[in-house]
Design a protein around this ligand. Structure first.
Ligand code: ZN
Ligand code: ZN
Ligand code: FE
Length: 758
């Protein structure tokens, strides 16, 4: 007999809780290989034995090709070992004490489960909680690790005999699928009248009928309740707007299928792929046909496809519905009854599988074929981010982010895990959600932080929270943290110096001013402010970000003093008010200085008659401006660089030219487009300048302004053509959601410094 050979294969990545071991088991059985498979701290280990070593490469080939849909292989290591004479292939129990285990995000129902659900012969025919190892709830139902049924919210559902058999058979698709269930033993849906609480028969069919009648329903999904109504029933949509206290903020839609979606929006092949991906995000897509009151003043609809079995059952008889998060104004998404969901709707379609961790839908656009996240939550959390090897330390740390659109990040064993979008923490309820998420992540991943990182802003709740914890606390400037986030994601070495271009609404500067149009020369440990937008006043402080006309006045004041020209756009504002704001600026009363790019967009949007007097949501004025613009590359307005240290970029000549164009009745869309390309031109010039001075090769783009598709795509194109490497967040949002990631990078450097001192 030929001598047995053996190899040990180590697979790193998201390979636990996703059906990887049974998949390996089936593959080994098929190829008649002996040995074992088991989970370990950072992945899966496989031992293979056979006299024909060619089978090993066949195995490895099929391992990568046919891996379970939810798994993510980061690295495979193969080592020759001495055969031990195994007679069979087995799944070994994991050893305790190995703690960093990845958890899969929540994933949409898979094709095989869907087929079963639609088959009248199947025992799960029309069962809204069908799932398997390749699909279903994960992150939102896990209470603690290891990922086992009794550590999830499925604990109280005792499996029936048939489910148990599927669950224990390594050859079954439901082997160790923790949320496995059927109509006999699993959760059930219920439809209730929101006022009286009385139950209604045939919950799903009745729910569909009620939606068609123009009623508003709260429907329990994976990470919380949606509020749902017929997208074409204007009365219902307006009623929903009243309930949510939203006049203009866009509503997300759920379409029955890609084909139905394409009737209302244009879908590129890449966008189609993201729509259909198992993560099922909301994708912003260019409008083809208007539907009133869904996304007023914008040129895109946010659309998603059904992702739970319940959605599929509901959408069998509906084409397009509004499906917006069920949150009261400035509070997180509602996950269970008892949190006031009844106050927001006519009927509640609920179920008895508890949600442990709430999570909103994720929202993205596609730019240059890559995702651009507006909100990262359900479907993507808690995918880990590996850090460059030179930054790895053995200690744990946590970073708390900023204040608006916050996330938190934890670091352990070379990986960062970032929470779902947590909302604006200046609202008390959202701050509770922040505490909930922090508690959950540190518990789940057993993180005992040695240091804690927060923003530089002294009054952020996160800063004060960090100060109260009894561990070393470091603060990092907002735009520096922004710039570091893409660097860590793209594995930039600590030796490299990068130009961080960070444009947003507001971040606390190290001179105490409100920054937001920043060019930083930086590496992970420090930065130098190389250039910034020239300071102007923020008349009224926070109020200036809500009332764009204040920013318009601020720019006009810089040009004309108190003697501003008579413009139509100010006709609706009392003369008295305008005078008061101008003297506020003149006497510097509650008019701090800002270099914000977002506020410049506000001013231009208002001057062009696009922005409302008062915005309802952050970035509304810039978003409306983007909606009427198109990419023009070679037409832009002249700006001025003031040769100080740091360099200051004056937009006063730009405002002057725009006022002239307005006077000459030039097309507003063209003016807006030229303004967009002016911003790109500024970035290009400063980048070339920085290369001449510091030899930088890489430009990191960050901050909420880069959610602007025109700015981002032109910027990537032009900078790449100039020979730069351009990096930006791909797996995270460039807005304040990514602050906590950049903060971790800085924290790792601080930890290393601390260790060296000891
Ligand atoms: Zn499935
Ligand atoms: Zn069962
Ligand atoms: Fe920011």
């Amino acid at each position: 007999m030929k001598k047995k050979e053996a190899v040990k294969v180590t697979v790193f990545g998201v390979v636990q809780g996703v059906g990887f071991r049974p998949f390996v088991y089936r593959l080994a059985k098929k190829l008649e290989l002996n040995g074992w498979v088991k989970n370990f701290g950072l992945g899966v280990e496989i031992w293979l034995e056979d006299s024909n070593s060619k089978k090993f490469s066949k195995f490895l080939d099929l391992l990568e090709k046919n891996k379970p849909p939810l798994s993510l292989i980061k690295e495979i290591k193969v080592k020759k070992v001495k055969a031990e004479g195994f007679k069979d292939f087995i799944i070994k129990k994991s050893e305790p004490g190995e703690t960093f285990v990845f958890i899969s995000p929540d994933i949409s129902v898979c094709d095989e489960c869907l087929k079963e659900m639609q088959n009248p012969q199947d025992r799960r025919y029309r069962y809204p909680f069908i799932n398997c190892t390749n699909c279903g709830p994960r992150y939102t139902i896990v209470k603690s690790l290891p990922y086992d049924r009794d550590k999830t919210t499925m604990k109280d559902f005792i499996m029936c005999q048939e489910c148990k058999e599927e669950y224990s058979n390594p050859l079954d698709r439901r082997y160790h699928a923790q949320p496995v269930a059927c109509p006999i033993c699993g959760p059930h849906v219920e439809l209730k009248d929101a006022r009286t609480g009385s139950k209604i028969e045939n919950p799903i069919e009745s729910a569909v009928a009620l939606i068609k009648k123009g009623k508003i329903l709260a429907v329990k999904g994976l990470g919380g309740f949606h509020l749902i109504c017929d997208a074409f029933n204007e009365k219902a949509v307006l009623k929903l707007r009243e309930i949510k206290e939203r006049k203009t903020k866009p509503f997300a839609l759920m379409a029955k299928s890609l084909e139905i979606a394409e009737r209302f929006v244009e879908v590129t092949p890449e966008e189609g792929n993201f729509l259909l991906s198992p993560q099922r995000p909301i994708v912003l897509l260019k409008k083809r046909k208007e539907i009133p009151n869904i996304a007023p003043f914008l040129n895109e609809f946010g659309i998603m496809l059904p992702y739970t079995p319940l959605h599929y059952l509901l959408m069998e008889d509906l084409d397009l519905i509004v499906a917006t998060s069920s949150n009261k104004k400035d509070a997180p998404i509602i996950k269970e009854e008892g949190e006031g969901v009844e106050e927001l709707c006519d009927y509640v379609l609920t179920h008895n599988r508890p949600i442990f961790m709430r999570a909103d839908d994720s929202v993205m656009k596609v730019v240059n074929k890559n995702p651009l996240f507006i909100r990262r939550a359900r479907g993507f959390v808690p995918y880990p981010q590996e850090v460059p090897s030179e930054l790895k330390v053995s200690s744990n740390l946590i970073a708390l982010g900023g204040e608006l659109k916050d996330t938190i990040s934890i670091y352990k064993n070379g990986y960062i895990v970032t929470s779902q979008f947590l909302g604006d923490l200046d609202e008390y309820k959202n701050f509770q959600y922040f505490e909930e998420a922090l508690q959950h992540l540190t518990h789940l991943f057993e993180v005992k932080p040695e240091i804690i990182i927060s923003d530089l802003h002294p009054d952020f709740r996160t800063t004060r929270f960090a100060q109260k914890m009894n561990i070393p606390h470091f603060q990092i400037q907002h735009h520096f943290a922004h710039s570091l986030a893409p660097m860590i994601e793209h594995g930039i070495s600590p030796k490299e110096t990068v130009l961080g271009v960070s444009f947003d609404g507001f971040g606390y500067g190290d001179d105490g001013n409100a920054w937001g149009g920043e060019f930083l020369i930086c590496n992970y440990s420090s930065y130098k402010r190389f250039a910034h937008f020239e300071y102007v006043h923020l008349p009224g402080g926070d109020l200036a970000s809500k009332q764009p006309w204040r920013m318009a006045l601020s720019y006009l004041y810089e040009l004309f003093g108190e003697d501003i020209p008579n413009l139509d756009v100010f006709a609706d504002i009392e003369k008295k008010k305008i005078k008061a704001v101008l003297s506020q600026i003149k006497y510097k009363i509650n008019a701090p200085l800002t270099s914000s790019c977002g506020r410049l967009f506000d001013a231009i949007s208002y001057l062009l008659g696009i922005a409302p007097l008062e915005v309802e949501y952050e970035a509304e004025a810039p978003m409306r401006l983007e909606a009427i613009s198109f990419p023009v590359e070679n037409e832009f307005y002249e700006f001025k660089l003031i040769n100080k240290k740091p360099i200051q970029i004056s937009f006063l000549p730009v405002v002057t030219s725009i006022l002239n164009d307005l006077k000459n009745k030039k097309d507003v869309s063209l003016i807006a487009s030229k303004f967009h390309s002016t911003i790109v031109q500024v970035i290009k010039e400063i980048a070339i300048f920085a290369r001449g001075k510091f030899g930088i090769k890489t430009v990191s783009l960050s901050g909420g302004v880069f959610l602007n598709k025109i700015i981002l795509s032109l910027c990537e194109k032009i900078l790449e053509r100039e020979g730069f490497r351009v990096i930006r967040s791909i797996n995270y949002s460039p807005n304040d959601e990514s602050l906590s990631i950049g903060q971790i990078a800085y924290g790792l450097i601080k930890l290393k410094e601390l260790k060296n001192e000891q």
